[in-house]
Design a protein around this ligand. Structure first.
Ligand SMILES: *Cc1c(COP(=O)(O)O)cnc(C)c1O
Length: 449
């Protein structure tokens, strides 16, 4: 009765899965998960899987974490939810105060939603609306870099550039300006800054040309995650802030995926020495427990909306579950763990181990690049090592890695030809060794012909 197959059949008869060609499941099993503990997930037949992708980049302190569980249970008996318009509650106030202290100084106003895409929609709308409120309604366009990803709703898709997700919907999207992204692919790290510098010329030119009609620039700081874990150095963002100031354009940092320690600092923007006008956070915000997102912004933005009601300057955007108390409680427990366990410092050792374990893979005949920023390490498979020419996406090399890893009890889910490790921070050295071993095997199998 409780066997995997039964659940799979019932699933396929009633569900439509995200980011999935459902026909794939004629040959590929859906894995029904019965329970989780730490980095491990377990199916209905007792087989365990190491969650090396942090359940789509959200889980940082393991499944069924006792401290987060306890905090949510306590909140559940007090208040599960309340409207956040005209009313407020303790977890959302405490969370806003703490985020305000942790984020770069000057981002003291928290506006909540319940997923990353919605946070992006909010930042885009707020930026446009800001310019409108200060008498510059012609500033209504957005500028971004290629290969970005900001979510799946239409506004978020518009500022994204991963063809697989955007191309089909192009006729529905906003007209966004895109310039080539800085990208350290295939380069030793010492050359990243030089590459980014050469690339910044395009950004500078676009800002100069379009400043009068631009509301904001939006980027994923340091790592373009869904775009294949492509990485670039913090210097680019420092130059970008300076240029945005010079041209009078706002700056949105989408830290939905990289916030909360992924890049080696709590927020990626700490490494840049600058602050954006909007900081978007979600995913790991609740430790991977509950949907919640927040857009943090400045006094300057906040006061541009602050006026008599009749001026119609207010930001009237809302979502039913905005600032949900259970989600905020999970976020508070997550921030407690960061504080109590000195997570950022401990992660440095784990990141160093990841680097050591992946180093031998650089020599592989079909590995074009091994790159790392903090707790994200990516291994890019290529057809030809010398020219770095990619495998055709139709060959689905990544899927071969996925299948093998699954059989070995590791949930390794490549993005096309890019294998990556994005572990929950509670992973142990032995578990990382297992991941490296299975990755190596998967790589051999996937590139054998
Ligand atoms: C996942 C992601 C989003 C979208 O978040 P959802 O919660 O999936 O809507 C936005 N930006 C980045 C950088 C992401 O990785």
């Amino acid at each position: 009765m409780n066997r995997n197959d039964d659940w799979m059949q019932r699933d396929l008869a009633s569900l439509w899965h995200p980011c999935t060609q459902m026909k794939d499941h004629e040959t590929l099993p859906v894995v029904p998960i019965r329970r989780g503990k730490g980095v491990w997930l377990e199916d209905f037949e007792g087989k365990r899987y190491l969650d090396i992708v942090s359940s789509w980049w959200v889980n940082i302190f393991g499944h069924a974490n006792e401290r987060i569980n306890a905090r949510i249970k306590q909140q559940l008996d007090e208040l599960e939810h309340v409207i956040l318009s005209g009313f407020t509650h303790r977890p959302v106030i405490e969370l806003s105060e703490r985020l305000g202290r942790l984020a770069p100084t000057g981002l003291g106003h928290c506006f909540y939603a319940d997923n990353g895409s919605s946070a992006i929609e909010i930042a885009l709308k707020m930026s446009y609306h800001y310019w409108r409120n200060v008498g510059r309604p012609e500033k209504r366009r957005f500028l971004t870099i290629t290969n970005g990803y900001h979510g799946e709703t239409l506004g978020a898709l518009s500022v994204g550039d991963v063809a697989l997700y955007t191309d089909t919907y192009r006729p529905l999207l906003l007209d966004v300006i895109k310039v080539p992204a800085p990208d350290g692919f295939g380069l030793p790290r010492e050359q990243w800054v030089e590459q980014a510098r050469a690339c910044f010329v395009h950004m500078e030119r676009a800002l100069e040309r379009h400043a009068g009609e631009l509301a904001a620039v939006i980027v994923e700081p340091l790592i373009q995650c869904a775009g294949g874990m492509r990485m670039y150095p913090p210097e680019y963002l420092t130059w970008l802030r300076e240029a945005c100031d010079r041209y009078g354009v706002q700056l949105i940092f989408d830290e939905v995926a990289v916030g909360f320690g992924r890049t080696g600092t709590l927020f990626a923007c700490e490494q840049t020495g600058v602050r954006p006008d909007f900081l978007c956070l979600s995913k790991a915000l609740t430790g991977g427990y509950l949907p919640l997102s927040v857009v943090m912004t400045s006094d300057d933005v906040y006061t541009a909306f602050y006026d008599d009601y009749a001026t119609l300057k207010a930001f009237l955007h809302s979502h039913s579950y905005t600032g949900n108390p259970l989600a905020c409680a999970a976020a508070l427990a997550t921030l407690d763990i960061f504080e109590q366990d000195d997570v950022i410092a401990t992660n440095r050792g784990k990141a160093a181990q990841m680097e050591r374990l992946a180093a031998p893979l650089r020599e592989h005949a079909h590995v074009g690049d091994v790159r790392q920023t903090g707790m994200i390490l990516a291994i890019e498979m290529v057809r030809d090592k010398a020219s770095l020419s990619p495998y055709d996406f139709r060959e689905r090399r990544g899927l071969r890695v996925f299948r093998h890893a699954l059989s070995r009890g590791v949930m390794l889910r490549p993005l096309g030809n890019v294998i990556y490790w994005m572990p929950p921070y509670v992973i142990t050295p032995e578990e990382l060794e297992l991941v490296a071993e299975v990755t190596h095997e998967g790589l051999e199998i996937a590139t054998a012909d």
